[in-house]
Design a binder for this molecule. Sequence first.
Ligand code: MG
Length: 474
Amino acid sequence: MSRVLRWVLLLFLYSGVCGQCVVRATDRPNFVIIYADDLGYGDLSCYGHPSIRTPNLDRMAAEGMRFTEFYSAAEVCTPSRAALMTGRYPVRNGMCHDRFRVLRNNSAGGLPKGEVTIAELLRGAGYRTAAVGKWHLGHLPEHLPPQHGFDEYFGMPYSNDMLPAADAPAGRGKFFVEQNDYWRTPLIRGTEVVETAPDQRVLTRRYTEEAERFIRESGEQPFFLYLAHNFPHVPLFASAEFRGRSAAGIYGDVVEELDWSVGRILDVLRSCGLAEKTMVVFSSDNGPWLIFDAHGGSAGLLRDGKGSTWEGGMRVPGIVWWPGRIPAGVIQREPACTMDLLPTIAGFSGQPLPEVVLDGCDIAPLLLGTGSVERDAYMYYRGTTLYACRRGSWKAHFLTQTGYGVPEPERQDPPQLYELRVDPGERWNVAKEHPEVLAEIQAAVERHRATVQPVESQLEAALPVQPAAESKSR
Ligand code: MG
């Protein structure tokens, strides 16, 4: 080989390698959100559960960033999902119940088309997008994920208990017998019902396989995967491989199978060489459904559970993993929430924010360890009613009500006040000692309220609403 030819060849190879580098440097990252249903703050090993084993989530947390003050944006399923997808409190788009019960309660009216979802934001930037699992933002074809920015959808349109079989026993006894024949929640692909009585014992496995396929088929194109498991929402089912495996009964079996699923997703990303190009988030839509006893999970040391604006209803596990980009760590003094995901993903993907009022913050500085985030306050709603507000370490309750079984809230005047980092179980009301803190929180609430459209005008926009065809589960 002549000297000149060798130099030409070297130059060619060099430019090729550099070309690859340039492509990699400008590559937009992939995003995966893994969302559990009704998983409590205390249900994972890495959040202190003594007998449920979650080695894959523990590893994800050890390699990534684990938040101890991570919130869903609502106390039940539909509004919390609407908030995650849009970065906005559900009260802004009506995906929550109101005192007249005619807003889009139970999701039947669907997420309004004007809302911009994470999937729409990313698809506009050339991402492949898929939703796998529970949707619960409208079960009719015109409201399903393909109408909200997802190229693909496979899953249940709402909770796994929302269509009991006609011959299933009345009452709650059917929730505790692991009888798949009692349930008829369908499986949908795209917008078509493909199974009317799927075997829920293999639901977690099937969702996982669907998610793995989507990741493997992505090739060079960036992708967004929303993997929203139906479990550990009751009724509980685990596959034969996991049934009876946990020391924590069927609830532990179900959570350990979800943990297996997380491990599979992270392994596929590693084996495809995508781990360092993918941000993975794990969280839950609300706290544990405590009225289902041992089938209902645990909020650990937090007070109450699903349905409540006490901490156990809305503070959930929150883990973010992105090897090589997000350092390993634990964030204990910075609250974050699922509404932060849209602005954070917009930032990492270089997409402009939707031109609407957003309630989430870009938490990249927290994730990357480069700074803090300016957050005025965090609001706790039940439906369209504001119950409580957190500012810094302090939380004021204007209304209190346990998650289920109490028809009306109790007004607190003066509000109850708790210092959450000192008293995460909300046991000692210190309102009398800190009137200045209450005044600051009240001012934050007024600032927030000034940005929210009154419920009455939302009602006008929402009507007519199709009657909910689903059960009362949310
Ligand atoms: Mg839920």
